[in-house]
Write a protein of this length. Structure first.
Length: 302
């Protein structure tokens, strides 16, 4: 990873919070890409985060995050801030890919999408940390922003999924402020016309862009798109589009609470997912254990 420039160390207090946000520009090589890009990011480096195996995870709750995002949409100018719902898959991938780890570290907020990340965060002292599951976060923000004038743009899913999700937002969440949809074609990250996508989003006057593809492509997509848009937030939520439209079945609540959602998905799609989870589950345990041991050693040594 090569850092070419840092801009600002104008630090700003985010209204109503105890967090500091910094904005900087860096040139980064996108994993899987043959080119590098310079992107301006804003990120939080304070008590709102806890480091889990090298990835800063948001250490509060869905209601806290939703309140902050709605407030910033109302009170601040668009800054193209990127937010990711990050689970064990993203953390493991980030440990293996320094460029992707740097990308997540630059995001404004990384929501803990799975319980394993929450457990590690709590063991490191973040006692108020709770799971910010992408689909639940999407639903809560849709409900809370209904009637607020905050405009949402849906980007992701297979053909027809984003349009079906638009109907779900109205019928289930009471939110009619969906200003546009876009179904990304199946292309390498370098082949997207991000300027054209951004023009469509900006013409729709969106405040929040929701991106539902898969990790790590959705984070790379958000970072590249953020170079060209004029929105408040770009939020990656993985399979939330499919879950809320009924395209894919969610794990029972007890399995989610027990951190066994991966097992439910593996049983549902063994042919597609067995290789992924055969790597992710043991590797996350390895990285998390090492992270906790180092944390406790540093704590004891003062």
């Amino acid at each position: 990873m090569r850092y070419f420039k840092r801009r600002l160390y104008n630090r700003e207090i985010v209204p109503g919070d105890t967090c500091l946000a910094a904005i900087y520009t860096k040139e980064t090589e996108i994993p899987g890409s043959t080119v590098s890009c310079s992107v301006t990011y804003s990120f939080m480096r304070d008590r709102s985060n806890v480091d889990v195996a090298g990835v800063p995870l948001y250490n509060r709750t869905i209601p806290d995050a939703v309140r902050q995002i709605i407030r910033e949409c109302r009170q601040q100018q668009p800054m193209n801030r990127c937010i990711s719902a990050t689970g064990a898959h993203g953390i493991v991938y980030a440990r293996k890919n320094p460029a992707f780890r740097s990308l997540l570290q630059s995001f404004y907020m990384n929501l803990p999408d799975g319980m394993p990340g929450v457990w590690v965060g709590r063991m490191k002292g973040a006692r108020e940390m709770d799971r910010c599951y992408g689909p639940d976060f999407f639903a809560r923000l849709m409900e809370e922003s209904a009637g607020s004038g905050i405009r949402h743009f849906l980007c992701g899913g297979a053909d027809g999924v984003a349009m079906n999700l638009q109907k779900t937002c109205l019928q289930t969440f009471g939110n009619e402020n969906i200003c546009g949809t876009y179904t990304p074609p199946f292309l390498p990250i370098d082949e997207f016309d991000f300027e054209a996508i951004a023009r469509e989003i900006d013409d729709a006057e969106a405040n929040i862009v929701w991106i539902g593809i898969s990790t790590p492509k959705q984070e790379q997509f958000a970072a590249r798109l953020a170079k060209h848009t004029n929105v408040h937030f770009l939020i990656t939520v993985g399979a939330a589009f499919d879950f809320h439209t009924g395209t894919v079945q969610q794990a029972p609540a007890w399995m989610q609470r027990a951190g066994l959602e991966w097992l439910f998905r593996l049983m549902a799609e063994p042919g597609r997912l067995w290789r992924r989870y055969a790597e992710i589950v043991p590797m996350f345990l390895w990285y998390a254990t090492g992270d906790l041991l180092r944390y406790r050693f540093r704590k004891r040594s003062g």
